[in-house]
Design a binder for this molecule. Structure first.
Ligand SMILES: C[S@@+](CC[C@H](N)C(=O)[O-])C[C@H]1O[C@@H](n2cnc3c(N)ncnc32)[C@H](O)[C@@H]1O
Length: 339
């Protein structure tokens, strides 16, 4: 520390942290209104953007001025706004596009869930059960519009982590793979596109599976089976590998053991279990997984796990944790082999 660069006082750091929720809210609103799409082909005036989005001119100017101050849009002369790299990832046609994830962050159920964090911390129970009397996946089943928002948000994250998983793992020795609770199928589609020898099965609840028929799996559908069911009752048997991304972190140990045991029963001799999730390192290092972990507390009731927790979970389900493979995304691939 010297006279030129004093350490900022903690209250300024704290104000910045508290402002995080406001930034996320503003970015979510910007994405919902589709403004990043509207500035793709050049700067636009506030009047033009207000007309296109059916919004109040002065209010939308204030929204864009705020997001531009954190690099999401750039304000030019006389109230014009143009694209920046950070607003470009919120365009519908970007790859990856985080628009759907930003939109989910602005949904009422999502905001109410976070507003009930204290309830979750006090009780160890989930927010939507408390607010709506339904577990999140039941709530989504009952609200098709919100289910669409959720499924699109999952696909948005998958645009980042599916290529990372497909790059990090060698699927040469695997001929058949089941993606358990695979959402709309982007992970399976990405793996199958890069591995033409591979036959795949996407396993999901019926209402989500409907969205797979016209989704990312379309180009590989000749090698792909769509199967619906409840993964806690059974999984399709006879595969060389079972992969599940962001599934184990959704559930408490008891449900995970039931699911992993079903996969162990179904797997072909010498087969693999591939769990794709964050692997948490204890300590003070920043990791997005530690906040994702709070989302798991608020919404489905699971948690992010350490390598030891994965090892114990695998051992309780007839698997042995063989190795943990880092990917270019925040997730790792936790590989199990029959114990
Ligand atoms: C967090 S999302 C992850 C989706 C996908 N694996 C991905 O990474 O994008 C969890 C998924 O689990 C599915 N799911 C929840 N309960 C299920 C059950 N009992 N059987 C099968 N799938 C289930 C949901 O429909 C949802 O698509």
């Amino acid at each position: 520390m010297n006279a030129q660069s004093p350490t900022p006082p903690p209250h300024l750091g704290m104000l910045q942290l508290l402002n995080g929720a406001h930034v996320a809210g503003a970015v979510s609103c910007l994405a919902q209104l589709g403004i990043p799409d509207l500035v793709e082909d050049g700067p636009k005036s506030t009047e033009h953007l207000a007309t296109q989005t059916g919004t109040n001119r002065w209010a939308i100017y204030r929204l864009m001025r705020a997001t531009a101050s954190v690099g999401v849009l750039a304000e030019g002369p006389e109230g014009t706004f143009s694209e920046t790299p950070m607003s470009a990832v919120l365009r519908s046609n970007a790859n990856p596009s985080l628009r759907a994830l930003a939109i989910m962050g602005g949904r009422d159920w999502h905001g109410r869930g976070w507003a009930h964090l204290e309830h979750c911390v006090r009780s160890g129970k989930q927010a939507l059960d408390h607010i709506y009397g339904a577990h999140i996946f039941e709530y989504l089943r009952q609200h098709p519009e919100e289910a669409q928002v959720f499924d699109n948000a999952m696909t948005a994250i998958s645009m980042i982590d599916s290529p990372a998983v497909a790059d990090a793992y060698n699927f040469d020795g695997i001929h058949s793979i089941v993606d358990v609770a695979g959402g709309h199928g982007l992970l399976l589609a990405t793996i199958m596109a890069r591995n033409p020898h591979l036959k795949g099965t996407l396993y999901e609840v019926p209402h989500v599976l409907e969205g797979c028929r016209t989704g990312p799996l379309t180009p590989v559908m000749d090698r792909c089976t769509l199967a619906s069911g409840d993964m806690f009752t059974s999984v399709p048997a006879g595969a060389d590998a079972y992969i599940m991304k962001h599934i184990i972190h959704d559930w408490p140990d008891e449900e995970c053991i039931r699911l992993l045991t079903a996969c162990r029963k179904g797997v072909n001799p010498g087969g693999k279990l591939l769990v794709v999730d964050c692997v948490i390192q204890p300590g003070n290092d920043f990791s997005p997984g530690k906040f994702l972990d709070l989302q798991m507390l608020i919404f489905p009731g699971g948690c992010e796990r350490t390598d030891k927790q994965f090892r114990d979970l695998f051992a309780a389900s007839g698997w042995r944790l063989n190795r943990i493979i880092a990917t270019a995304a925040a997730d790792s691939i936790v590989e199990g082999v029959p114990a």
